[in-house]
Ligand binder design. Structure first.
Ligand SMILES: Cc1cc2nc3c(=O)[nH]c(=O)nc-3n(C[C@H](O)[C@H](O)[C@H](O)COP(=O)(O)OP(=O)(O)OC[C@H]3O[C@@H](n4cnc5c(N)ncnc54)[C@H](O)[C@@H]3O)c2cc1C
Length: 321
């Protein structure tokens, strides 16, 4: 992808680096914390300081016969944490295998996949609060978690996530909500899956439909799955009886954004340097040397068409800078 440039750039290796950095003059230049950058689309140069977080390490802080609590520094790789967890036969995050990015970003958008969200295992998040200039620990309920949402999104620039503590279960906690998981387990003849089996099945399913990060330029699951009112859903369903949907507790209905994009004929199309992935319409792809701005223009074209055809307002899941 054509690159955007930052005016200032630094990498944090230790918490000491962070404490030093916030005392310097460069810190006043609109700092922005970057994990793996897998959920951000830069549409222009960044006129400020980009801070790449690489704080590493993890520690088991509590353990009994049922659970293990592990505190993980925010610059650790999420996927590697999942591999570590299933290797130890801990349960809770196996359905979140292969989600790109860092542990520190996981609570930011409350990452989720295959019926599981980060919030289900997070017990606390240690943060530096730029409003009060102190390190505090936010409990799960302080984080205001919602669908791809949290206090860290609601109050951007307020917190630096230092570490996240997860409660992992030693007792199996199978989540078989998704048919694709059940079918793939069946294909492999697995009737009593371990946490490791679950993670490898999820990995297999994801690899079938998602490109490798680094293989091609792309901007993840670009849009959130829209949530609409039952009445609105019924109107659309009359026209599209085969539309997939998930009923939510509050009488609202969630529609897969990928299905909407596919229905509009956008799956696998290419317009200039940008397009959608041929195996998964929700992934916007940079097929050439597209700028972030070109990707965003293409996304806006989809947003406009979805509004016209479905009367649904698509919201990007990706952060646009
Ligand atoms: C192919 C692909 C598949 C994906 N699949 C899924 C999926 O299934 N489910 C899902 O939920 N997401 C998915 N995503 C999105 C992405 O993986 C997640 O949002 C991930 O958490 C981003 O991690 P990151 O480290 O790259 O964050 P970045 O993109 O670097 O940052 C994301 C946001 O978090 C903030 N942030 C990062 N680290 C910190 C910190 N330490 N303190 C404070 N703020 C911080 C950033 O400022 C930014 O606002 C996918 C993305 C791709 C490219």
């Amino acid at each position: 992808m054509t690159q955007s440039e930052a005016r200032y750039f630094t990498i944090l290796e230790t918490l000491g680096d962070f404490h030093e950095l916030i005392k310097t003059n460069v810190w006043v230049n609109n700092p922005y914390i970057l994990g793996g950058g897998s959920n951000i689309l830069f549409t222009k140069d960044y006129n400020g300081l980009i801070v790449v977080n690489k704080l590493s390490g993890k520690e088991i802080v509590y353990e009994d016969e049922k659970v293990t609590d592990v505190e993980v520094f925010s610059g650790e790789s999420w996927s590697e944490l999942v591999l570590w967890s299933v290797e130890k036969d801990y349960w809770g995050i196996e359905n979140l295998a292969l989600i790109p990015g860092t542990v520190g970003a996981a609570p930011v958008q409350n990452i989720g996949a295959y019926g599981v969200e980060a919030k289900d295992t997070i017990i606390s998040v240690k943060v530096y609060d730029f409003k009060t200039n102190e390190i505090i620990i936010l409990g799960n309920s302080d984080c205001n978690f919602g669908y791809r949402d949290s206090i860290f999104k609601q109050e951007p620039h307020r917190y630096f996530v230092i570490s996240v503590t997860f409660r992992l279960s030693k007792i199996p906690r199978l989540n078989l909500e998704y048919g694709a998981i059940v079918n793939t387990l069946k294909e492999h003849g697995i009737t009593d899956p371990s946490a490791k089996d679950m993670a490898s099945v999820v990995t297999e399913i994801r690899q079938r439909k998602l490109p490798d990060v680094g293989e091609i330029g792309m901007a993840g699951s670009f849009f959130k799955n829209p949530v609409i009112l039952e009445e609105h859903f019924q109107t659309i369903q009359q026209k599209y009886p085969d539309m997939p949907f998930y009923e939510l507790e509050n009488g609202q209905v969630k529609i897969p954004a990928g299905w909407i994009i596919e229905t509009l004929g956008y799956k696998g199309i290419k317009e200039g340097n940008v397009g959608t992935y041929d195996k998964h319409a929700l992934v916007l792809v940079n097929y050439g040397n597209a700028t972030g701005e070109e990707v965003w223009d293409f996304a806006q074209k989809i947003i406009k068409e979805v509004k016209e055809q479905f009367d649904i307002i698509f919201e990007p899941e990706v952060i646009i800078l």
